[in-house]
Design a protein. Structure first.
Length: 294
């Protein structure tokens, strides 16, 4: 392999990525090479004219080929930034996305608003259904100082969540439970916040997604049934059996599901108020909020 500098390696990889239609080609090339060299962005710039040895260049070339096969960058590097923190990811979990950061922004903002309005009111025990890599559970534990029960039917996902909880110093506040949503929870326990990014993509639409998603991300974490609403409907029917009065529910939903998701909660067996679908920063209806009454 040619004796190339970091600058040239990035330039060549970026050109190949650009030709293949990969977005942000230079950024992706840089992040891949940072992963190979064990450097952060500043370290890479300082070593810009350094020439990695042949083994490192071959390793980088192999990672470039994986990305050209449309394997997501986060799975190749094993990491994704979320909430300005590094999180470990694998093919057992969905790759954390900005939409879920916004879900958390809204949930945490609402909790803090209520805490200000009603002194002494706080979240003691939150519930994260379908926790995946644990980003929701970890951020809730960090930001609210509460206990969190994180549920997922994938043992591989729970392993990643446990790694991330330990990495960010909140393992003692998060309980990992393996099972199918509410069926996995102990009877008699009540939660005062539920935040979830459930599967919400209609089954027929999964094949229309970009190859990075449909070929690599875990199908059960995507598949919301024929209309994408199976998990949301399940939460609307069953959540009230596990919530304290006054508890808040925040769910990430598809941009075309606002009316249907609202109807599921306004017609649920339990009573909810403050049922709204809130827009994301692009104005798309992406977060359902509801307050459990009884």
């Amino acid at each position: 392999m040619a004796d190339l500098s970091i600058a040239v390696l990035i330039k060549k990889a970026a050109a190949v990525f650009s030709k293949a239609g990969i977005e942000s080609p230079e950024l992706e090339a840089r992040l891949l090479l940072q992963s190979v060299l064990g450097l952060d962005h500043a370290g890479l710039i300082l070593a810009w004219q350094h020439r990695p040895d042949s083994a490192m260049q071959e390793h980088f070339a192999a990672l470039v080929r994986r990305r050209l096969d449309r394997e997501p960058l986060a799975y190749i590097t094993g990491e994704r930034e979320f909430w300005s923190l590094p999180f470990a990811v694998s093919r057992d979990v969905l790759i954390p996305r900005p939409e879920t950061e916004w879900l958390l922004e809204l949930a945490i903002s609402r909790v803090r608003q209520v805490r200000q309005e009603v002194q002494g009111t706080g979240i003691r025990h939150a519930l994260d259904l379908g926790c995946g890599s644990g980003v929701i559970a970890v951020v809730l534990a960090l930001e609210l100082g509460c206990r969190v029960t994180a549920v997922d039917c994938s043992s591989g996902a729970l392993q990643q969540a446990a790694v991330n909880a330990g990495r960010h110093g909140v393992a003692d506040r998060i309980t990992m439970v393996c099972g199918d949503f509410f069926a996995a929870l102990p009877t008699g326990v009540r939660y005062d916040l539920l935040v979830s990014n459930p599967p919400y993509i209609a089954a027929a639409e999964i094949e229309e997604l970009e190859p990075e998603v449909r070929h690599y991300e875990p199908y059960p974490a995507l598949d919301g049934g024929s209309d994408g609403l199976d998990a949301i409907a399940s939460i609307s029917r069953q959540a009230g059996d596990f919530l304290l009065p006054g508890s808040w529910v925040f769910l990430e939903i598809g941009a075309n599901q606002a009316k249907a998701a609202q109807h599921l909660f306004t017609s649920a067996p339990h009573q909810y108020d403050e049922v709204q679908v809130l827009p994301d920063l692009a104005g798309r209806p992406r977060v359902l909020q509801a307050r459990f009454v009884a």
